[in-house]
Design a protein. Structure first.
Length: 747
């Protein structure tokens, strides 16, 4: 007890001495960390490195807290329990170190925003930041101060269920959106009681799991790791993301939780990161079944020596570290370093000064939060097809047939990773259409099939009758929330159950068919796009998806979302992404497809190029694709120079005109190709984007500044350099279209 008081007095003196400037505050925190560390026993240090998922027994929680055997709890969301635990930690443990409460708050806490993939489709970092802020405000009201987001795994294979949680296939988009989420979660200062420490996950390469199967191995060579998978993590590390989480996968034989190269060489030494590193759930002990460690003791040894600070749930640290230190297999210096990182975070969060929470339940589902979630959902919807401008629906429409299993699926439209959002608050499309337009149009609701996997076809006839009695059919289809997310990979991306039959039957009525997809990934929807007059892709849009879609269907809101991932035609094209490398045999001209091959054709190399006989070369929709209710014209691409030095900045501009009859927002995208490199380079890479809103007839010059250093990549000598030579630059509406011009980078 005496030592606790001495420490507190010492802390007070240090706090008073700390001046408000950032550096001084940092120094003051370091001094506090060292002062505290000095007083800790080895057991107390190891206790801090232990994160526990409690079984609900408060007495047991309090007991381990008092003994200093836990640094963080997961999934405690009862304010009263949080305060009791903190009281035990602060007042009854020897050193009074508060506990860090954590939870997966991924795309909202109570108010659920679109899944991260949908948020990425907004191409609006401010919107994404605002969404994370809302999540932080709501979650911190229940005592959560650490979330396991953003997930910034570059995801190029839609079979992988966790693509839903990512910002898609592009390193730059993941970086921009990841930084936005970090800013939103962490707010202006971690010290603010409404801030959550963010956690960049999963470090690293998890999105490349072989064959899109969750937890599977990855085989990413160092250059690709550095050029594709690491950049979003570097961006968030530099933006102050408080924590990192190791990933489940073994890359080239080394599980991330035991990978010294990524955790020490890259993260700590190259990037100078001083945040805290946690394992994924039991990923330390899983190094045993991986066959990377003989037993749990070796797992603890390898994890700590690789650079892990805290272990999530598997308890190999608390069981073994003391012995490992005694045996000299883990040094106390390594333990100290881990504990420094943990204590630094707790000080940065202000937990020592303010460990308790005052719940303010009114922030949950606050009207302004719901309004933000609706805006985010509106911006996340992608218009993929609009034959003869069938959308938006006009006031000539008298009767609508609302069909499909996702029209009124309050649980499923929330999407994966939704622990706390309650379906009672969900606004479904059916509800919103009835509420907003029920007095103007007759709404005939016939789901046709009950849920996305439902194979029964007996409801289809009723849906067809409704369609025949309507002026337009709106079919809400897709996949239930549980078909994407962690541990939910698919080998077939076609619509499940009897949904394809339902849509074909609706199309056969000849009534105009608007199909709205809600899903955790791009599904293979070539046939359904063909059968539909208009197609909207909403991913899983969250609590306010219904009003957002109703506004888009009736034109109160003009769609502006863009695909954050390439949409394959067929599952067999996965992994598929626009920034693939040049092969020696890229198709040029027409591909010969399977039905065009003569019977008993002799051995030939056909088009002699890299494509599939049945799917062709290209995707169904390219990355960055999305239509609007208006049209945009690109004109007059100009560069500030055509030859530049590596230390210069290129300015590129284009004239964008709204050539349609409605105001609309276009996501203007800038891509670059490095024509010849010391290693082969991607055919295009996104380097910038801007959302521009224009009135009908309005023209705006859109200007991008591109520092030439942003063209650097890890080259044949594994050095990050800009290689002099020729480049092509595009500015356009998606990764497949745009105006282009060339420039040169000089030596
Ligand atoms: C396992 C998941 O991979 C990770 O993303 C999540 O944050 C943890 N479990 C904690 O729930």
């Amino acid at each position: 007890m005496k030592r606790v008081r001495v420490f507190s007095a010492c802390l007070l003196a240090l706090s008073l001495a700390a001046c408000s400037s950032g550096t001084n505050r940092k120094d003051a925190i370091e001094t506090k960390v060292e002062a505290l560390l000095e007083q800790m026993t080895l057991q107390e240090k190891i206790g801090q490195m232990n994160q526990v998922n409690p079984n609900g027994n408060l007495e047991e929680m309090i007991a381990i807290v008092k003994e200093g055997k836990v640094g963080s709890f997961l999934n405690v969301i009862d304010a009263d329990v949080v305060n009791k635990v903190q009281k035990a930690a602060v007042k009854e443990s020897r050193l009074g170190i508060p506990v860090l409460m954590s939870r997966d708050v991924i795309h909202g806490y109570k108010t659920i925003f679109p899944i991260p993939l949908g948020q990425a489709a907004t191409f609006n970092p401010q919107m994404v930041e605002d969404g994370a802020r809302v999540a932080a405000i709501e979650a911190s009201a229940d005592g959560i101060r650490w979330t396991f987001a953003p997930m910034i795994d570059v995801s190029r294979d839609a079979r992988w269920g966790r693509m839903a949680e990512s910002c898609g296939e592009d390193p730059y988009l993941n970086a921009v959106m990841g930084v936005a989420m970090v800013k939103g979660f962490q707010g202006d200062s971690l010290n603010d009681p409404t801030s959550l420490a963010a956690c960049a996950k999963h470090f690293v390469g998890y999105g490349a799991s072989e064959a899109g199967k969750d937890y599977n191995s990855t085989f990413i060579p160092e250059r690709q790791l550095r050029n594709v998978y690491l950049p979003p993590f570097e961006a968030v590390a530099r933006a102050g993301c408080a924590t990192f989480m190791t990933s489940f996968n073994d890359n080239d034989g080394v599980p991330s939780t035991g990978n010294r190269f990524i955790l020490k060489d890259v993260l700590r030494h190259e990037w100078g990161y001083d945040g805290m590193v946690v394992t994924d759930w039991a990923s330390a002990s899983e190094m045993v079944p991986h066959g990377f460690c003989a037993d749990r003791k070796e797992a603890a040894e390898k994890a700590v020596n690789a650079g892990v600070d805290m272990e999530m749930v598997s308890a190999t640290f608390i069981e073994n570290l003391e012995a490992l230190v005694k045996e000299g297999k883990v040094s106390e210096t390594a333990i100290d370093e881990a504990v420094r990182n943990i204590l630094r975070l707790k000080f940065r969060l202000g937990l020592f000064d303010n460990p308790y929470i005052q719940t303010d339940a009114s922030v949950k589902y606050a009207p302004k939060h719901l309004a933000k979630a609706q805006e985010a959902a509106e911006q996340s919807v992608i218009l993929l097809k609009n034959h003869q401008d069938i959308l938006p629906l006009t006031d000539k429409i008298r009767t609508i047939a609302v069909v499909g299993p996702m029209a009124n699926a309050p649980h499923d439209q929330l999407g994966t990773w939704c622990f706390d959002g309650e379906k009672a608050h969900t606004q479904t499309p059916l509800k919103a259409l009835r509420e907003q337009y029920g007095d103007k149009v007759r709404i005939l609701y016939e789901p046709g099939v009950a849920y996305s996997r439902d194979k029964r076809t007996d409801g289809i006839a009723r849906a067809v009758t409704a369609a025949r009695n309507a002026d337009v059919v709106i079919a809400f289809v897709g996949e239930e929330a549980i078909l994407s997310g962690e541990a939910h990979s698919l080998a077939d991306l076609n619509l499940k159950g009897a949904q394809p039959e339902l849509l074909s039957a609706l199309a056969a009525t000849g009534r105009p068919l608007v199909t709205v997809f809600m899903a955790g990934r791009p599904l293979t929807i070539a046939r359904q796009v063909e059968e539909s007059d208009a197609v909207l892709y909403a991913f899983h849009p969250g609590t306010m998806g219904g009003p957002a879609l109703a506004n888009i269907l009736f034109g109160k809101v003009v769609p502006c979302g863009k695909t954050p991932v390439t949409f394959p035609r067929m599952t067999g094209q996965c992994p598929i992404y626009y920034a693939h490398h040049h092969t020696g045999r890229a198709p040029s001209g027409k591909e010969t497809l399977i039905d065009e091959i003569e019977l008993e054709a002799g051995q030939s190399s056909l088009g002699c190029s890299s494509y599939y006989l049945d799917a062709g070369f290209g995707p169904l929709f390219p990355f960055g694709y999305g239509l609007s209710y208006t049209t945009f014209a690109y004109d007059d691409l100009k560069l500030s120079a055509t030859e530049l030095n590596p230390n210069e900045k290129l300015t590129a501009s284009v004239k964008l005109t709204n050539t349609g009859k409605r105001a609309g927002t276009e996501v203007v995208q800038l891509y670059v190709r490095d024509k010849v490199g010391s290693v082969t380079r991607p055919v295009k890479e996104l380097k910038g984007f801007q959302r521009i809103t224009l009135q009908p007839g309005e023209t705006q010059t859109v200007t991008f500044e591109l520092p030439i250093r942003d063209l650097a990549f890890w080259n044949i000598d594994m050095k990050k350099v800009v290689e002099p030579g020729d480049f092509t630059l595009w500015i356009g509406t998606n990764s497949d279209e745009g105006l282009s011009t060339d420039f040169k980078v000089k030596k």
